[in-house]
Design a protein around this ligand. Structure first.
Ligand code: HEC
Ligand code: HEC
Length: 267
């Protein structure tokens, strides 16, 4: 059809139009080729999607622990979580996040949330590290947690259990509880930071402001104020946005990145 039109035009209008139509055909070819190969990619992608590794599942579980609603792009259930204590200072959507009751350090009332505006008095999840994931399924879906199958699809719950069983770390080994200093080598972390993180956050960590103009929050701010949160996000990414998850690397590399992030400007 295209070729037919082309010869029709060349005969009646002349040489320059023939060249132009050839160019149009060439452009058409260039534009259409990527579409065809994208379709092939989709099939290839599907195949690989069924070969997701445990490493990836654990990383996704860690991200779900941070904020399963943002990962799954769903609205939070109505109101405050029924197990959230009435005396607690938080309310609404945030109270449905695992981290809100169990902490960034997985230690609940024994860790960073032992006091302050995130205090709930609820225990941590360190006790289930190493437990069979199937047993953790029952805990996540128990009455206290009030998650329905619609809120928490099986595939998400499985990843959470894998993370809790095999992806948790003993944070006190990597972050000094009193000074909040990462037990890492900032000089070594700089190389990782500049090659991986700076693409999105800038060399000074200030490209994106997670707070607002009045109370700015940068990579350096989070790393200094809440190194447990920063380490969790370095390992698993930021829910709902395209941040990399580096949990596949040795933990000490990530602690080194955290140590370097703690040298970045906080305001
Ligand atoms: C609103 C508060 C709240 C939220 C949100 C919450 N939990 Fe819990 N969780 C609890 C309470 C309360 C217990 C029971 C603690 C006890 O036995 O004293 C518990 C217990 C657990 C335990 C067992 C810990 C142990 O050692 O016995 C696990 C595992 C757990 N939760 C995982 C999760 C996961 C995963 C999420 C997110 C999908 C989550 N929780 C969200 C309140 C919460
Ligand atoms: C591909 C882009 C990308 C890369 C690479 C990346 N991030 Fe992020 N990061 C983001 C985005 C997007 C956000 C969310 C920004 C927002 O919420 O405003 C974010 C959020 C954060 C936050 C703030 C979380 C919060 O809300 O408290 C920290 C801390 C962070 N990143 C650290 C890092 C570190 C350290 C690295 C390198 C290991 C890194 N990021 C690599 C895109 C990236």
């Amino acid at each position: 059809m295209n070729g037919c039109m082309k010869s029709e035009f060349s005969r009646s209008v002349g040489w320059s139009v023939a060249v132009m139509s050839a160019m149009v055909a060439a452009v058409y070819f260039l534009v259409s080729t990527p579409v065809a190969s994208q379709e092939e990619d989709a099939t290839e992608g599907d195949r690989h999607a069924h070969e997701m590794t445990d490493v990836w599942d654990i990383a996704r579980g860690g991200e779900l622990y941070d904020n399963w609603m943002a990962v799954m792009e769903v609205d939070a259930p109505e109101g405050t979580h029924p197990a959230y204590p009435a005396a607690g200072k938080q309310e609404g959507p945030g109270t449905w996040r695992c981290k809100e009751c169990h902490g960034w350090d997985y230690m609940g009332v024994e860790g960073g949330y032992s006091k302050g505006s995130h205090y709930t008095g609820i225990k941590g999840v360190r006790g289930v590290a190493g437990m069979e994931p199937e047993k953790i399924h029952d805990i996540i879906m128990n009455k206290t947690h009030a998650f329905t199958k619609e809120m928490m699809p099986h595939s998400a719950m499985e990843k959470l259990a894998l993370f809790l069983s095999r992806g948790q770390i003993d944070v006190d080994q990597y972050i000094d509880r009193k000074t909040k200093a990462a037990r890492g080598n900032a000089g070594r972390g700089a190389g990782f930071y500049q090659n991986i993180c700076a693409v999105c956050h800038g060399f000074d960590g200030k490209t994106m402001n997670f707070g607002d103009d009045a109370a700015p929050e940068f990579v350096g701010t989070v790393a200094a104020d809440n190194p447990w949160e920063a380490l969790h996000k370095i390992r698993f990414g930021q829910p709902g946005v395209g941040m990399v998850a580096l949990g596949v690397l040795p933990i000490q590399d990530l602690v080194d990145i955290l140590a370097y992030a703690q040298t970045l400007p906080t305001e």
